[in-house]
Design a protein around this ligand. Structure first.
Ligand SMILES: Cc1cc2nc3c(=O)[nH]c(=O)nc-3n(C[C@H](O)[C@H](O)[C@H](O)COP(=O)(O)O)c2cc1C
Length: 209
């Protein structure tokens, strides 16, 4: 069933699944069926990549079938992420292969392509009633050590995956974040048709965080 909590409301209509995708902190205990887990990673693999390199790798830990890996990924997170991420049934790490396989030269687009794959995965997850929450708040070295990630591969982000839960289950501050209105920059701040805008009087570089 589609997640309809805190939809992104936009003046211009876009695919409904894009307005339903969000980064929840409340997760239901319900495990993710293996066939759906497979679907989200196949969706990731459908993404475009420079030279078709497919530089993405995913380490996965599920509470149900790979609890040791799950715990290692959880331990890499900052405490501010651990407090809510530990409720998710699946944790994952996106990893970039930093050199092209065909000539061993540095792949400057590896992280870009990993992000594309994870974004595609998140949309597929939403379509299946699941949600992904990506995180930068983790310690890459902890993951490198815990999993023996070799040189030439870089952890890019950690993410939760699961069915969204009841926001009421969260502590007050996180519940407020979960339900805070979701906004996006107007197009004029990031789409520059015809040329780069004049800086004076423009707000194109102001983040709205
Ligand atoms: C690369 C990346 C890193 C992020 N790091 C964190 C994080 O460490 N902790 C967290 O709670 N959210 C994190 N987020 C989630 C963002 O805060 C969230 O995507 C953003 O506020 C937009 O909300 P939405 O995904 O619900 O539309 C991260 C998202 C991305 C894409």
């Amino acid at each position: 069933m589609a997640d309809t909590t805190n939809l992104l409301t936009l003046e211009t209509p876009i695919l409904p699944v894009l307005t339903q995708r969000r980064s929840p902190r409340a997760y239901a205990a319900q495990p993710v069926p293996p066939d759906l887990l497979q679907q989200v990673f196949v969706a990731a693999s459908s993404a475009a990549s420079c030279y078709g390199e497919q530089p993405w790798r995913y380490l996965v830990g599920t509470r149900a079938s790979s609890p040791e890996a799950y715990d290692k990924i959880l331990a890499s997170l900052g405490e501010f992420n651990q407090v809510w991420a530990e409720k998710a049934p699946v944790l994952g790490v996106s990893i970039a292969k930093l050199a092209f396989s065909h000539d061993d030269n540095p792949n400057a687009w590896a992280r870009h392509d990993v992000g594309q794959a994870t974004a595609t995965m998140a949309i597929q997850a939403t379509e299946l009633g699941l949600q992904v929450h990506q995180m930068a708040g983790f310690a890459p070295d902890k993951l490198r050590e815990a999993f023996g990630i070799p040189a030439g591969y870089e952890p890019v982000a950690v993410f939760t995956l699961g069915y969204p839960g009841d926001p009421a289950s969260l502590p007050d501050s996180l519940r407020d974040k979960e339900l805070a209105p979701r906004t996006r920059k107007p197009l004029a701040e990031f789409v520059f048709e015809g040329g780069w805008p004049e800086q004076a009087g423009e707000r194109y570089d102001q983040a709205t965080v």
